[in-house]
Design a protein around this ligand. Structure first.
Ligand code: SF4
Length: 404
């Protein structure tokens, strides 16, 4: 059984390291200057170079997203950035349009090209076309069923196929949407969608502005815009059988905590699938873990149903049972304690768990202390505290607790 690649989003260097710690085979990142606007989910060239070194040291790969729709005015900057990008040692560049592809071929001819999902590749002939253009991998449109993906893999076996297996879904076709750019000037096509399709909307008749009608779902009507999130963890044997080579998680703007939990959970499930083969059984605790991170209810999206429209979520709010409370900065094996940077707020006695790559450990927060050894009753965001721990914790491991 061929081992698929587990591909994780990394919005910054911390998230890249989190993804590597919890078992990513590869990460994809936005790069400052190539998305042609500064954004919270982009890395500087220096961070990218560091991230590539970290990833390669663990035999993992880094793919840089340059999948904006480039305008004439952007080409000059792209010509400067592409050689710098090649010098970082990234393993491939993700593009969506032929202009950027042509620049890459001219300025960095050795860099493999991956075609973004925004190119909407949906059939065998399209895949063959892009293969002739020297594309090494195609991120297929999210709207395809596993059956269609299987047909493409069988017809073009030497093309690498990447598919989404988890994360937010779009109500528009493969992210070709202008809603976010309209609402708050954050363009989905530049990797910076603020997801306004998830916001609450009211319908107003112009002569009665004070009498809005809330758009929501009940037994008969659909909440029009808010899709549930994709989750295929229960169907990994079918996903693997499709012949896709890379299994991608969506969410460059998600937190390190999200990256940790989703990476670890899919790592465990995929390893079990590869090792146990015919004896593989889905473990309900995997799904349980995935409900502990931000989600809008889960759906299998288009994976099994022809012509299926995204399932929407009647609940306007994100669902999340747990939240991060800290990240490990250091482990002192002599004193059997870890130094933790607090995220959010922590009170002595809080029920906290430490997420190790292959284990979850309860932490006694009644013993939290400052650098001088003084016991603390509470700690706030960015405080550094010590917590006792017998077993070694890796730097970057995440601590969480139930949402209060
Ligand atoms: S606003 Fe919604 S539908 Fe549009 S790109 Fe963003 S997530 Fe997709």
């Amino acid at each position: 059984m061929k081992k698929p690649e587990l591909l994780i989003p990394a919005g910054n260097l911390e998230k890249l390291r989190t993804a590597l710690l919890y078992g990513a085979d590869a990460v994809y990142v936005g790069v400052e200057g190539l998305s042609l606007r500064a954004g919270s989910s982009e890395m500087s060239m220096a961070d990218l170079a560091t991230g590539v070194k970290d990833a390669h040291a663990k035999s993992a790969k880094v793919y840089a997203a340059a999948n904006t729709f480039t305008r004439n005015a952007d080409l000059k900057q792209a010509k400067i950035i592409i050689p710098e990008l090649a010098a970082t040692g990234v393993d491939a560049v993700i593009v969506s349009e032929p202009g950027m592809m042509k620049l890459l071929r001219t300025l960095a001819s050795n860099l493999p090209i991956h075609l973004s999902t925004q190119a909407n590749t949906t059939n065998i002939e399209s895949v063959r076309f892009w293969q002739e253009q020297d594309v090494k991998r195609i991120v297929l449109a999210r709207e395809l069923t596993l059956k269609e993906i299987g047909e493409i893999a069988a017809a073009v076996p030497d093309m690498e196929l990447e598919i989404f297996i988890h994360g937010a879904m779009c109500m528009s076709y493969s992210g070709r949407c202008y809603l976010s750019a309209f609402r708050n000037r954050r363009s989905a096509n530049e990797g910076d969608c603020s997801q306004p399709c998830r916001w609450e909307y009211k319908l107003c008749e112009s002569t009665r502005p004070n009498d809005p009608f809330l758009l929501e779902e009940d037994d008969r009507y659909s909440y029009l815009l808010s899709s549930k999130d994709l989750c295929l963890i229960e169907h990994l044997p079918a996903v693997l059988a499709s012949g896709a080579t890379s299994f991608k998680i969506e969410g460059r703007m998600k937190s390190s905590y999200y990256v940790a939990v989703v990476t670890r959970t899919y790592r465990q499930a995929l390893d079990a699938l590869i090792q146990q083969k015919g004896h593989y059984k889905f473990q309900p605790e995997w799904m349980d873990e995935l409900t502990k991170v931000s989600n809008r209810g889960y759906t299998t999206g288009f994976a099994f149903a022809e012509e299926k429209i995204n399932e929407t979520n009647p609940d306007i709010k994100y669902i999340q049972t747990h939240e991060p409370v800290g990240i490990v900065l250091q482990y002192d094996s002599a004193k059997k304690r870890m130094l933790v940077a607090v995220r959010n707020h922590l009170t002595a006695g809080d029920d906290v768990e430490l997420l190790l790559p292959d284990d979850t450990i309860k932490i006694d927060t009644r013993m939290m202390a400052d650098a001088k050894g003084n016991t603390l009753r509470e700690a706030n965001n960015d405080n550094q505290i010590y917590l006792p721990l017998e077993k070694e914790a890796p730097v970057g491991a995440i601590l969480r607790q139930k949402v209060k």
